[in-house]
Design a binder for this molecule. Sequence first.
Ligand SMILES: Cc1ncc(COP(=O)(O)O)c(C=O)c1O
Length: 370
Amino acid sequence: MMNIRFVDLKAQYLEIRDEIDTAIQAVIEESAFINGPYLKEFERNFAQYLGVDHCVGVGNGTDALVIALKALGVKEGEEIVTVANSFIATSEAVSLSGGQVVFVDCRPDTFNIDVDEIENHINRKTRGIIPVHLYGQPADMDSILSIAERYNLFVVEDAAQAHGATYKGKMAGTFGHCACFSFFPGKNLGAYGDGGAVVTNDEELARKVSMTANHGRMKKFFHEFEGCNSRLDGLQAAILNVKLKHLNRWNQRRREIAARYDNAFHDLVEIPRVRDDVKHVYHLYVIRVPNRDKIRVLLSERGVATGIHYPVPLPFLKAYEYLDIKPSDYPEATRLKDEILSLPIHGSMPDQEVDYVIQQMFDILKSEGS
Ligand SMILES: Cc1ncc(COP(=O)(O)O)c(C=O)c1O
């Protein structure tokens, strides 16, 4: 029996070991731990990769969102609209910045925010929208931007799962007033610890983000307001600089694996639906199966690790009990939570592992009569 990990960071490291070891050694030799040249280089490179003017490295993706919202001046009680199916960081950031989160149901096909539902949740307290490019597939940005323009709202893209994805040929993370990335190790572009970034074309916003992440200062000891300490450190920046060069290749490999899964499973289960105008980067490959829990156990018995993203939609987490939301308010998120299953996928996954997952899935689905 093979053992298939959900993500294999060791395999990825072994592919680029010399480059990584050299980069880490250089940071240590130069003691360039905080705010040094490696951070500047990564910020420049990542901004250039995306095609934006500014990138500010921060401590993690959650901080990126909180800091972006604070820099946009969110005030106590202002409402920010986001999607019901995401990781809690998205909605947590709203509360941590002083705002009030308002959830919108997701679409039944792509699981991204249902743009037809957004306007039903907008009122005079609404300040902004946070679309999430969930699983690596960009949300419907044209519709979101036109709603934002109509109601004079800001748009902060949560691009934590979508490094290198495109919408109508343009990189995810380049549409909103700003976008937030996570470099959590398992992400498509991952550090060797926590890391994140805010990217924007707005120079003033970039300055505010940078100051907020650095105790409210641009210059040492001259603090213009109270911020926080949330920095992307030199070691992580140097590692990300190395990995950024491989990102397109790894994303391409993810797409190849997804295409093989699509081919193998399309008659048996609901495979991911991808919009015609996007390039999906498959941070996660999520299928929909009615007997999900049983299939998950059977796969695990055959050595295949899987995940559920996410088992409880955000409105139904204990953290949001105070909102007193009913499942019937979010029918799509409620339906999909029991059926979604994330299969192993990563940029360093060899063909034998992909073959094995396909074979096991085939055997299980056939015997389960799916
Ligand atoms: C959609 C989404 N938003 C935000 C985050 C937060 O990123 P981090 O874990 O780096 O704080 C994550 C990842 O964990 C995420 O998946």
